[in-house]
Design a protein around this ligand. Sequence first.
Ligand SMILES: Cc1cc2nc3c(=O)[nH]c(=O)nc-3n(C[C@H](O)[C@H](O)[C@H](O)COP(=O)(O)O)c2cc1C
Length: 209
Amino acid sequence: MNVLENLKWRYATKKFDPSRKIEDHSLDVLKESIQLSVSSFGLQLYKVLFIKDKELREELKKFSWQQNQITDASYIVVFCNYIKKSEEHVDEFIALKSYTEQSSIEDLRGYGDFIKTKIKEKSIKEYQHWTALQTYLALSNLLYSCAELKIDACPMEGFIPEKYNDILKLSEQGLSASVIAAIGYRSDKDKTQYYSKTRKPIHKLFEEI
Ligand SMILES: Cc1cc2nc3c(=O)[nH]c(=O)nc-3n(C[C@H](O)[C@H](O)[C@H](O)COP(=O)(O)O)c2cc1C
């Protein structure tokens, strides 16, 4: 299948088949596709939870507009962005980069200091918005990788982040839920899968200059 066929195959799944589960080997591919996502400076200022626990998902559903995807999908993926500035994040990244690239921390110090300066320039609100934006790039990789593997998904903002933060104890880790995705397999009773895609026409969406 080519890129466009995958993108046409996928849709925001409304009704999952609760009896079908994603195999571990596919889950590993999805995790790696998130791991390989681009991020600003390469910092990956987020954490991603894969939740399969039924009871926990019943609880989360109450704060997710009662959307059935929360309990019927195979997993709920919760993208959580860091909301507190910390130089440790940058130091950890530089240490990891130094180890991965076999270069000395000293050689990377200038880059680390540059990142720290750029982060200092942001207000806390701008910082939180910026880290949340990064999670959407990871979400996008997840969605595309799901399509490639013929796994269905529904990206979701229809939930109350504050409640997720309490229930999943995210606040105490300096995290906040930004966006979630339900992943699994479509039910053949999901009529949405047969809908045509509503998209702006090419001539309105693009301009070549
Ligand atoms: C960030 C984001 C949040 C969304 N939130 C929800 C949601 O809470 N519930 C839902 O059923 N669909 C949700 N959607 C799905 C969109 O409505 C859907 O992607 C869009 O209508 C295009 O349709 P398609 O994905 O089927 O092509 C969300 C999509 C995105 C990208």
